[in-house]
Design a protein. Structure first.
Length: 365
C-alpha cells in the first residue's frame, strides 16, 4: 500500500523530539507502516527524520501554527488521487482534508489531534464531503459529533476512533526496590494542565507541617503562549517561605522523562479545564513505566485509567490526597502490562490498517 502521511508544521517529525505529542505518534505510525512493507511518503517540516520513509520536507518548523506555506508546497508536488492509495492528514488546520473532501473519490482521512473547531481559512466540509474524520478517544468522538459551534471542539461530524499506541519496549517499569519517594507533575506549562492544583495541596500541607514527600514539576516551558503562567508555576514551586514547595525542572529529554516515570511514586495529571483532554500521551507513557496516574475525570482520562488498578480518577482535593497515599498499594507490573495489551504498537498498526481498508472499500462515516 502507498500511504501519504501529512504532519503538522509546528515541529519536525523525528525520534529524538523532546516535545510534540502528535509528531511522536506520527513517527511511530510511519515506522510501523514501513516495518510492514508499506511505501510511506511523509510530508513534514524541515529537520524531520523517519527511517524507512520517503521524506518530502516543506518549510522550517513554525510554532505559530501557520500551515499555509507548507500546504502550498506539497499541493503542487503530488497528484494525491493517483500517487497514493491512502492520504492520512494530521495537520492541525486540516487544509488538505477540507479542500480534498470536494473530491468524493479521493481516499483521504484526517486525524484531529485535539479539541478544535477548525475555524480557519476554508469552509468546513461537513455539508459536501465524504466525512472520514478520526478521533483520539470515545470522549473526543462524542464531542466532535455535536453541532458545529455548540461547544469547544464541536464539528457536527461523525468520526471513528483510532488507537494511538506507544513502543512499550521503550517504556518499562524498574525494579520496585529503586522506586523513589517523590511525586511527579508532568505536562506542557499551560493553565488547563492544572499544575496549580497539586502545588496548592503541597503548599497547604507544608504550612501545616504535614508530610507529603518531594514533588517534582516538569514539562515543556519554551513552546508556550503564556509565559506569565510559567513564572507563576516557578514562584509556586519556590513557595512563600525560604522552604521550597517543589522542585521545578521544566522541559526534559525523552530519556529523563522515562527515568522520572519509572521511579516516581505517582504522576499527577490534574486536568482542571472542562471538557478536558481529547487523549493523553503522558498518561500512557507513565503507566507503561509502571507508574500510577492520579488525575481528574475530565476528558478521555476515564478511558485511559483503570480506577484503583492503574491509577486514580479523583473528583476533589480530598480524593487526590487519598490517592497519593494509595499509590504504593498498586501492582506496577500490572499497570505496565495493561498498557502493553491496550496501547502497544500492534494495536496502533491494526487500528490504522482497519481504517485504511475501510477507506479503500469506499466507506464514509
Amino acid at each position: 500500500m502507498k500511504v501519504c502521511v501529512i504532519a503538522p508544521s509546528i515541529f519536525p517529525v523525528r525520534g529524538d523530539l523532546i516535545y510534540g505529542g502528535a509528531e511522536w505518534i506520527i513517527w511511530q505510525l510511519c515506522q510501523q507502516l514501513a516495518k510492514h512493507d508499506h511505501e510511506v511518503t511523509l510530508i513534514a517540516p524541515k529537520g524531520s527524520d523517519v527511517p524507512g520513509t520517503n521524506l518530502f520536507e516543506t518549510v522550517e518548523p513554525d510554532k505559530s501554527g501557520d500551515e499555509w506555506g507548507a500546504f502550498e508546497k506539497y499541493e503542487y508536488a503530488f497528484d494525491f488521487s493517483k500517487d497514493f492509495d491512502i492520504v492520512h492528514d494530521h495537520s492541525h488546520h486540516a487544509l488538505p482534508y477540507k479542500l480534498r473532501c470536494l473530491h468524493p473519490d479521493l481516499r483521504i482521512a484526517h486525524t484531529c489531534h485535539g479539541l478544535q473547531t477548525w475555524g480557519y481559512h476554508v469552509p468546513f466540509p461537513v455539508f459536501y464531503g465524504p466525512a472520514r474524520l478520526l478521533t483520539l478517544s470515545t470522549f473526543h468522538q462524542d464531542i466532535t459529533k455535536q453541532p458545529h459551534g455548540s461547544c469547544a471542539g464541536a464539528m457536527g461530524m461523525n468520526s471513528r476512533t483510532v488507537i494511538h499506541g506507544i513502543d512499550t519496549d521503550v517504556y518499562r517499569p524498574c525494579d520496585r526496590a529503586v522506586v523513589s519517594d517523590y511525586f511527579l507533575v508532568f505536562g506542557l506549562m499551560a493553565p488547563h494542565k492544572g499544575h496549580t492544583l497539586p502545588l496548592k495541596i503541597w503548599s497547604d500541607r507544608k504550612m501545616a507541617n504535614m508530610s507529603t514527600g518531594p514533588l517534582i514539576v516538569a514539562g515543556e516551558d519554551n513552546f508556550v503562549g503564556d509565559k506569565k503562567y510559567v513564572r507563576t508555576i516557578k514562584e509556586l514551586c519556590e513557595g512563600p517561605t525560604a522552604k521550597p514547595v517543589a522542585n521545578y525542572i521544566g522541559g526534559i529529554s525523552q530519556e529523563k522523562k522515562i527515568e522520572l516515570f519509572q521511579r516516581a511514586r505517582g504522576v499527577m495529571l490534574p486536568f482542571i479545564t472542562k471538557p478536558g483532554e481529547a487523549w493523553s500521551l503522558i498518561a500512557l507513557e507513565a503507566q507503561a513505566c509502571g507508574c500510577p496516574v492520579i488525575s481528574t475525570p475530565n476528558g478521555a482520562i476515564p478511558e485511559l485509567i483503570e480506577q484503583d488498578k492503574t491509577g486514580f480518577i479523583c473528583k476533589d482535593d480530598k480524593a487526590l490526597i487519598e490517592a497519593m497515599e494509595k499509590c504504593e498499594t498498586l501492582d506496577r507490573e500490572y499497570i505496565a502490562s495493561r498498557i502493553r495489551v491496550r496501547f502497544g504498537l500492534n494495536s496502533l498498526y491494526d487500528s490504522h490498517m482497519a481504517i485504511y481498508e475501510a477507506i479503500l472499500k469506499g466507506d464514509t462515516w
